[in-house]
Design a protein. Structure first.
Length: 431
């Protein structure tokens, strides 16, 4: 697994260390609704296997079907289910066969980013609820189509943005920001460390026998197989993802959008480079973005091997800068600074945001109650599109201006062409 996947599993372990076990989640939520749900899993690499294990911890989940284009992933996942539940789930390589099954109520999609949209849309059309990994999609048009499909078919959805619910710290930060403690906030800084070493430059080769590489590519352009282009390292290539920046955008920026009730930026500019020797990756490893939001708010985003200068030990993180003070925020902690000095003792607002029963538990409870989740695809699309715009600004080298009423880049033909992802036949995105 690459470092991003290790970070995910480490954070999942951190939740357990904080005492946020599945049992405690249910206790916080009260008694769960009666009944069991049948779950199918699409994509069972490192992230997909981690999600499968999390869902297996919930006693009201039956795992009925597994899907992956890599036979080794399927065998491993099926073995986990058989060991845990003493049952043998159906296995398949084509996700469309899974969506046809009547013994699947919900699907968990943990494929590479370029495969998030189509399975989500087709699952909604098939009457399945959807838990889909972050980032939500590969293009803004895909996100819009996912939102439309979920609304048209009345489906419950959840983005795999587990920091939102698995760490109470973000709730306390939102309460602090909305209390007015920092005064008028006109600047937010966000950052994430990137890799120090390159991923190497192996030659193209034949794909492993157990991998259906053509199906793995799906709607992405046909390319020769390269070990760096598939499992674990696909985020380094524009065909499938948008690098470490888009991978962590939703985790870090979520608390900013939540606390400030942000909608969409007016413009974004970006500069950066790959800057890794002996490396065939494409996405930037050194990136600086500046977002202009309505009301005068400026948000900067830094991706760098050392993170943000002066805050190398806080990563990933963000900082809200207001007229009365600054608040530094990581996943698990926050620190108030007044006149540049840390302050420990200050009046805190009443707790107004209830703690979550946990990201997985919230989704399952919503599936039963039919109440929307807090990280539905509608919220996820509002959050994700600014990150996708940032990558487009970097790729074009232009400051991009955004008309959110039309969900359209204005006055930049090159950017608008890049923004429309062209699907490889026979795959097609229906808007």
């Amino acid at each position: 697994m690459d470092s991003n996947r290790r970070d995910f599993l480490r954070q999942a372990g951190g939740a357990a260390a904080l005492g946020l076990t599945a049992r405690n989640y249910r206790a916080l939520a009260g008694s769960s609704p009666n009944g069991r749900v049948n779950a199918g899993f699409i994509g069972l690499g490192g992230m997909g296997t981690g999600r499968l294990q999390q869902f297996l911890r919930e006693a009201d989940v039956n795992v009925t079907a597994l899907c992956d284009v890599d036979e080794s992933h399927l065998r491993r996942a099926a073995g986990l289910v058989e060991k845990d539940r003493r049952t043998s789930p159906a296995t398949m390589a084509d996700f469309r066969r899974l969506l046809e099954r009547k013994d699947v109520d919900l699907v968990v999609i943990a494929t590479p980013d370029h495969w998030h949209a189509l399975p989500t849309i087709l699952a909604c059309q098939a009457g399945k609820d959807v838990f889909v990994e972050k980032p939500l999609c590969h293009s803004i048009a895909e996100g819009r189509a996912m939102v439309k499909a979920a609304a048209a078919h009345g489906r419950i959805t959840q983005l795999g943005n587990h920091i939102h619910n698995d760490y109470p710290n973000y709730r306390r930060v939102v309460e602090l920001i909305q209390s007015g403690l920092l005064g008028r906030i006109d600047r937010v800084y966000c950052w994430k460390k990137s890799a120090v070493k390159g991923i190497g430059n192996p030659p193209d080769s034949e794909p492993p026998k157990e991998l259906d590489y053509d199906f793995w590519l799906g709607p992405a352009p046909r390319r020769p197989y390269n070990p760096n282009r598939s499992h674990g390292r696909f985020r380094n290539f524009w065909d499938y993802s948008g690098g470490v920046f888009i991978d962590f955008w939703c985790h870090v920026t979520d608390v900013v959008y939540w606390a400030l009730d942000l909608k969409a930026p007016l413009s974004v500019a970006a500069a950066g480079s790959r800057g890794l020797p002996d490396d065939n990756g494409e996405t930037p490893n050194n990136l600086e973005l500046v977002y202009d939001y309505p009301g005068g708010l400026i948000m900067t985003w830094t991706v760098h091997p050392r993170g943000l200068a002066g805050f190398e030990n806080a990563d990933p993180a963000c900082a809200f800068q207001g007229s009365e003070g600054t608040l530094l925020v990581t996943y698990t902690h926050h620190q108030l600074f007044l006149k540049g000095k840390p302050v420990e003792d200050f009046p805190r607002p009443p707790r107004s945001i209830p703690d979550s029963p946990g990201h997985i538990r919230e989704f399952l409870d919503s599936v039963k109650s039919r109440r929307p989740t807090t990280c539905s695809v509608e919220y996820a699309h509002r959050l994700t599109k600014a990150g996708l715009l940032g990558n487009l600004a970097y790729r074009t080298g232009h400051r991009l201006y955004w008309d959110d009423s039309k969900e359209q880049i204005t006055g930049d033909r090159k950017a608008r062409q890049l923004a429309v992802r062209r699907y490889r036949k026979p795959w097609k995105l229906v808007l």
